[in-house]
Design a protein around this ligand. Structure first.
Ligand SMILES: Nc1ncnc2c1ncn2[C@@H]1O[C@H](COP(=O)(O)OP(=O)(O)OP(=O)(O)O)[C@@H](O)[C@H]1O
Ligand SMILES: [Mg+2]
Length: 430
């Protein structure tokens, strides 16, 4: 019987001709249902009687959510656009449709695309781990040689519960990389409520990431729209603020957040994403698999990122949480090789040589090496908190700032400047 296909191309002049041509047995596809709109297509997909959907770009109310739901139902999607309509093709791709063809393509070409889409690896199994993600862990600057132009890096800053300092690290990295002359975008993607706007003294009722995700879902997000939605904090630093209220997490759909990051790569050389801590996949708790999942956005960011930082605290309780979180990450996304950053390192909570003991514990219990240590520096973080400014502004000579600057240089793939040169360059940039 071949691949069973739902079509949703009603209204297009070429519909009946195409469906007739497709249905000829020798193409290896069978049209099992002709749907008139998105709700009917989703209902058909939920029956499990088809493996692919052929839809037209003009289909009303088609958005990223509908495409995600089709994919979640195991239905591969092929899109058709009017010949030469590049905008429609780009929009479909932004919605998550990877196979897009002109509607006047021959039936056997369309049939082949349908078979290939079905055979294609599902997103979950994509090998997204860039082996170079492990390079910073070895203290080796990341080479940019095989990165296509306009394709910036994405660094996800993640870590266990217990406030190990993810946001502090994310803000510090984005700010420092911008001061090193690297165009940077800081994205607050914490699905448990964003605080970056508040930390930087920005209005937190701006649409920010949720607005960008909404536009991505509608297929209308482009570079200009992203620039409008982001705050320009410094010449090289833009900020996409997060959810002002934690209960608005359903606005951060994974597919849409991925599309925002894709656009971010075109806008900035380095995108730093502050992520929520939780990876639990609540799908099993829900009978409706299409129900939104709170941690889906975090998983999408970690999967898409070139580098995933796991920020850990430096006391025994935090280390224990990090061991669990790293285990969880290994289960959820086995291809991701996190770069472990231990923050708030100080004498006291760990006896003896703190760095050595912490490294040994994480190696032994999580099988991970620590790539960077960041010192506890309460005076510096308090000064930043009190003034709504960054460490570079309020505590430029602090140990924490110096360490973050070094980490930023490594992640951005630029040499860490000697202090005086760095300050000179900073003055020029800022
Ligand atoms: N290296 C450090 N030295 C001293 N204080 C720090 C350091 N890093 C973070 N802090 C402080 O610890 C607190 C928690 O940090 P932060 O908000 O960055 O953590 P988080 O992991 O993002 O937490 P949340 O779970 O709330 O998102 C803040 O008050 C911050 O100023
Ligand atoms: Mg935080």
């Amino acid at each position: 019987m071949g691949v069973q296909v739902f079509t949703a191309v009603t209204g297009a002049a070429w519909e009946s001709e195409l469906v007739g041509a497709l249905d000829r047995a020798d193409h290896g596809v069978t049209v099992v249902r002709r749907c008139v709109d998105v709700p009917e297509l989703l209902a058909a997909a939920a029956t499990g009687t088809g493996q692919a959907a052929l839809l037209s770009a003009e289909l009303r109310r088609l958005d990223g959510d509908a495409v995600s739901r089709l994919t979640a139902a195991g239905v591969a999607v092929v899109g058709l656009v009017e010949p030469g309509d590049e905008r429609a093709a780009a929009r479909l791709r932004q919605l998550g449709v990877q196979h897009v063809l002109p509607a006047d393509a021959a039936a056997d070409v369309i049939a082949r695309a349908l078979r290939e889409a079905v055979a294609g690896t599902p997103r979950e199994n994509r090998d997204v781990a860039d082996p170079r993600a492990a390079l910073p862990a070895l203290g080796i600057p990341v080479e940019e040689t095989d990165r296509p132009a306009g394709r910036g890096r994405v660094v996800a800053v993640w870590g266990p519960t217990g406030a190990p300092g993810r946001t502090t690290v994310a803000v510090g990295l984005a700010d420092e990389s911008s001061r090193l002359g690297v165009s940077s975008l800081l994205v607050d993607a914490d699905v448990y409520g964003g605080v970056i706007a508040q930390l930087l003294g920005l209005l937190d009722d701006s649409p920010g990431l949720a607005g960008a995700a909404r536009q991505a879902s509608a297929g209308t997000l482009d570079g200009a729209a992203l620039v409008r939605l982001a705050w320009a904090v410094r010449p090289q630093l833009r900020v996409l603020t997060g959810l002002a209220r934690a209960d608005r997490w359903p606005e951060l759909r994974p597919r849409a957040v991925s599309a925002v990051l894709e656009e971010a790569r075109r806008l900035a050389e380095l995108t730093v994403v502050d992520c929520g801590f939780n990876l639990e996949d609540d799908e099993e708790l829900s009978f409706d698999t299409a129900a939104p999942r709170r941690n889906g956005a975090t998983l999408a960011v970690l999967e898409d990122a070139d580098t995933v930082l796991c920020v850990s605290g430096a006391d025994p309780v935090s280390l224990q949480r990090s061991v669990r979180a790293l285990d969880h990450l290994r289960e959820a996304l086995p291809a991701v090789e996190p770069v472990v950053v231990v923050n708030q390192v100080r004498r006291g909570p760990v006896p003896g040589d703190a760095q050595r003991e912490i490294a040994a514990a994480l190696e032994r219990f999580a099988g991970r090496q620590v790539a960077f240590f960041l010192p506890a520096d309460r005076r510096a973080t308090d000064a930043a908190l009190a003034s709504g400014r960054t460490l570079a502004e309020v505590a430029p000579g602090s140990t924490l700032r110096t360490a973050l600057r070094k980490l930023a240089a490594t992640l951005a793939g630029v040499p860490a400047p000697a202090r005086r040169r760095g300050l000179a360059r900073e003055r020029r940039a800022g």
